[in-house]
Design a protein around this ligand. Sequence first.
Ligand SMILES: [Zn+2]
Length: 345
Amino acid sequence: MKPIFSKVITLILCAAIAVVSFSGLPVMEADAAEPIVIVIDPGHGGENLGTDYLPIPEKTYTMTVALYMKEQLEKYQNVQVYMTHTDDIDMSLEQRAEFADKVNADFLFSLHFNMSVSHILYGSEIWVPSTGQLYSQGYSAGNEFLKQFEEMGLFNRGIKTRIGSKGTDYYGIIRQCAIRNIPSIIVEHCHVDHANDVPFIQTQEKLKEFGVRDAEAVARYFGLKSKDGKIDFSSYAPLAVPVPSSRVYNDSTAPLYLNARLINYDKTGKYATVELDAFDGESVLQYYSYSCDNGLTWSALQPWTKGSTSMTASINMGYGKKDSLIFKVYNLYDKDTTSNVIQLN
Ligand SMILES: [Zn+2]
């Protein structure tokens, strides 16, 4: 077909389509009875085990929780629930997003379990798209998940974006969904390699609780009503998150400073009370730790007082002579800054 002729044909076709859409039925607003389409994505599968720190790989946990989540979500009205896969198969992140697109997903929830290289981190976290409406929706839905996990007793590691070297969302599932304009989040339920979190995955009952909690988070976010009429979130208001005007970047730098000041040092040499002042202009402070042997060994991470730039730490250093005390503070992205050294003698 000659270019000019094909252009004419294209114009005629466009005109015909325009006539149909303008003269035919009016463009419909979303029908109230049209179900909300949820896609649950059990992270990993097949050869892709995910975190395999424990004898049971991550893919097994994500599938178990996803099945419980689906079962629970289907107790609500006006919702259509799909899973990207129910068999133990390899599936690319693009295929998962394509699946969500094909079923006209209103949201994709990618379920995961975490591990840190240092094995010192614990708690739950949510990764969200970094731009526009997708960021707001992701943050608001993610907030519901973290509220559920905090109720279970897990540490809240926050809601975050992560930008890759190409300047777009680092995580493939989020990037692939964003290309298709599908809201998505990554739900990192807890850390399988930390003693604080392991009790939350050790039994079927605990894994079921994650599934039930995940479903409740979704039901609250979308304001669903249960089929039996016993639960009604239709007047529940999830967190309203303004649409950011530009990309929301992750914090790539450590906290600016940490000052440690000795308030009290017990004569037994065991207990110390220290005032900590820290600042990070880009993200919140999350944990602190301390060392009584000049940084050779460090304590487990302790929760930093949420939203504060200062806090009082009461330290039990154990028996034995201690010469000094040093602290570290960690921000939302686990970047740490070391304090001045407190001399104890
Ligand atoms: Zn994972």
